[in-house]
Write a protein that binds this ligand. Structure first.
Ligand SMILES: *Cc1c(COP(=O)(O)O)cnc(C)c1O
Length: 443
């Protein structure tokens, strides 16, 4: 517990994520222990009652994350359209909708979830994605969503056709690719010419002119999304400068541009030192707003990870410890099918014992690995961890985003249960899968 982090005058260890996940001191006969809790509930209690592996989310942290965005953008007209793909659990969507959130969806499935969470939310839904099918467009038109982010000429034509068929106006923005580089993993960078997303800024005006000729398309905005897990604010500012130029050019040509969809992508600090989130989002807001000043726009924001990422942990139990020629392994009951980020992006997640014994300061260097039959099935490599024992409980931190949504049944492993904790209240928001669920759809 040596490294400390200052948040609002309080000192926290690197293994705490206030306000959701903080250690509480508990005296025992052998000395004092520090026990990790989610809101007001101790995590060992949840592991005992619901088993592991287990995703646990803090409602307080989610609300707080959203509030930080709302506050940072309070001086401009804006709608926060939470990116459903980061964590699409219905109860989390419902919680966010109650706080005034709209949604960014990338499939008919996500649209249906958003509507199931809040049947009145359609007017705050934006539909993104390079490969919307005819059926998906039709469903979104029927629901009456706020705006389609169109990503190609062919999609524009198909949207016009679907809208005409239903005699419904489709409000649309073109997703432009501003060709700005952002420092992130290549799989989640999207803002360069070589990426499949959006249309080049240079081609945009021709496509807007095309859209203007269609009776059932209503040009309403310009959209961008330059990637995910971007921890510098400058690339967002750069993208907005290009968008601002485009908005001026489009308006000069007579197009009514009301919305700018800024996309999502603001990263979180998975590793120490962690930044001050409030200042960080305020800087992000400044970078985004400044280039658009005076244009009188309605901003659409699509944060995902930055709201739910630090609000979740994956709890897992140590099954075995073993040493192969001096290399130490901690084998846990969660695996790459439950959390694929380390395997897919070589992502770093902080891992901590849920109970830290204060009088034992021994550390060891270990690989934390799961039971799946792949060497890529690891959560940490050569990591210094406090010495753990078989049966101990570990928390893998910052797994509220791109955790459960990317989980699979590889190795015919049931996906974990998900809990949403709010203060003292604990809700099972997704039950653990049963083995028979896994083959129920098969012949
Ligand atoms: C993935 C995605 C987001 C959310 O990204 P985060 O990094 O989770 O904030 C927002 N908009 C679009 C179009 C996306 O594809």
């Amino acid at each position: 517990m040596s490294p400390r982090n200052q948040v609002l005058g309080h000192s926290y260890s690197w293994f705490e994520r206030p306000p959701g996940f903080v250690f509480r001191k508990q005296r025992t006969r052998g000395g004092a222990n520090l026990i990790l809790r989610c809101d007001d509930v101790l995590l060992p209690t949840l592991a005992e009652r619901y088993g592991t592996p287990l995703y646990v989310y803090s409602a307080t942290a989610i609300r707080e994350g959203l509030k930080v965005f709302q506050t940072a953008f309070r001086d401009v007209l804006h709608t926060i359209c939470y990116s459903v793909k980061a964590n699409s659990n219905l109860s989390i969507l419902r919680l966010l909708a109650k706080e005034g959130c709209g949604f960014d969806v990338v499939s008919a499935g996500e649209l249906e979830r958003a509507l199931a969470a809040d049947s009145t939310v359609a007017r705050r839904v934006v539909f993104s994605g390079v490969g919307k099918s005819r059926d998906e467009m039709t469903a979104a038109l029927k629901a009456g969503i706020l705006i389609f982010n169109v990503e190609s000429e062919s999609e524009l034509l198909l949207l016009a056709e679907c809208a005409a068929q239903q005699r419904k106006m489709a409000r649309m923005a073109l997703r432009v690719n501003p060709d700005v580089a952002a420092d992130t993993h290549p799989y989640i960078a999207t803002g360069l010419r070589k990426h499949k997303f959006g249309v080049p800024t240079g081609a945009a005006r021709r496509l807007y002119a095309m859209a203007a000729k269609s009776r059932y398309l209503k040009i309403a905005g310009v959209s961008v999304h330059i990637g995910s897990q971007i921890t510098e604010t400058a690339p967002f500012g750069e993208a907005m400068m290009r968008v601002a130029d485009l908005v001026r050019a489009l308006r000069a040509e007579g197009h009514a541009i009301e919305y700018v969809d800024v996309g999502g992508g603001l990263g979180i600090e998975y590793q120490q030192p962690r930044n001050n989130f409030v200042e960080y989002v305020a800087n992000y807001a400044r970078a985004v707003i400044e280039p658009l000043r005076g244009l009188n726009l309605h901003l659409l924001l699509e944060p995902g990870r930055s709201i739910v990422g630090p609000a979740g942990v994956l709890l897992t139990s140590v099954l075995y410890k073993k040493q192969n020629d001096g290399k130490r392994f901690v084998i846990v009951d969660a695996a790459m099918n439950d959390l694929i980020r380390p395997a897919l992006y070589r992502a770093y997640h902080e891992i901590t014992p849920v109970v830290q014994r204060q009088n034992s300061s021994r550390e060891e260097t270990v690989d934390v690995v799961g039971p799946v039959c792949e060497s890529g099935d690891f959560f940490a490599r050569d990591r210094n961890l406090p010495e753990v024992e078989e049966g101990d409980l570990l928390a893998i931190l910052d797994t509220g985003a791109y955790g459960m949504v990317l989980a699979s049944n590889y190795n015919t492993r049931p996906r974990p249960a998900e809990l949403l904790v709010s203060g003292k209240s604990v809700k099972i928001v997704r039950r653990r899968e049963k083995l028979r669920d896994l083959y129920a759809a098969e012949l």
